[in-house]
Ligand binder design. Structure first.
Ligand code: SF4
Length: 151
C-alpha cells in the first residue's frame, strides 16, 4: 500500500489517491453477498449468501487482486458509480463519505483495529454461507438491520 495522508478519510472522495481509496473500505463484507432482485418490482433484497471468493469466517476476499478473473461481475466500486449503488449498506465508508458524512466510530481508520468492524456487529464474518452450499438464494433473504443506528 502506498503512503496514506494523515486523516485522508476526511477529504472528499475525489481527492483520494488509489491507495487511500482502497484503505477506506472497512472490510464488512456486505458488498460481497448475493442479492435477489424481484423482476416485477425491481426491489432488491439482501441475502446471507457469500460470493465464492469470500472467506465466510473473516469476511475477507481470498483473492482480491485477481477477483475479476474468477468473478467477472464482481463490482469495482469507483467514484463514478458510488452514488448509484443503492444497495450498499448505510455503514459503508464509501457511501458515507460520498454523502459527506464522517466514518463511524468503530471504523478501523479511527480505532486502529480491523477487528472492530466485527465487534460492532457490522461485519458478516461468521454469519454467512458460501454460494456453493446455499441452494436457492430466495431461501436466504435476510434483514441486516440497516434501519438501526449502527454508527
Ligand atoms: S460494503 Fe463498503 S465498506 Fe463494506 S466491504 Fe463493501 S466496500 Fe467495503
Amino acid at each position: 500500500m502506498g503512503a496514506l495522508r494523515e486523516r485522508f478519510w476526511e477529504l472528499p472522495l475525489a481527492a483520494l489517491t488509489q491507495p487511500e481509496w482502497e484503505a477506506l473500505c472497512d472490510g464488512c463484507g456486505r458488498c460481497c453477498l448475493h442479492k435477489v432482485e424481484f423482476e416485477e418490482t425491481g426491489e432488491i433484497e439482501h441475502t446471507n449468501v457469500a460470493c465464492r471468493l469470500l472467506d465466510t469466517e473473516t469476511a475477507r476476499c481470498t483473492d482480491y487482486k485477481h477477483r475479476k478473473a474468477f468473478v467477472p461481475d464482481c463490482l469495482r466500486l469507483t467514484l463514478r458509480i458510488v452514488d448509484r449503488i443503492n444497495w450498499l449498506p448505510p455503514t459503508c465508508a464509501y457511501r458515507l463519505r460520498a454523502d459527506g458524512k464522517p466514518l463511524p466510530r468503530w471504523h478501523y481508520l479511527l480505532t486502529g483495529d480491523r477487528e472492530d468492524v466485527i465487534r460492532a456487529g457490522i461485519s458478516v464474518a461468521g454469519r454467512v454461507i458460501g454460494e456453493d452450499r446455499a441452494g436457492p438464494l430466495e431461501h436466504h433473504v435476510v434483514d441486516w438491520g440497516d434501519d438501526e443506528d449502527l454508527s
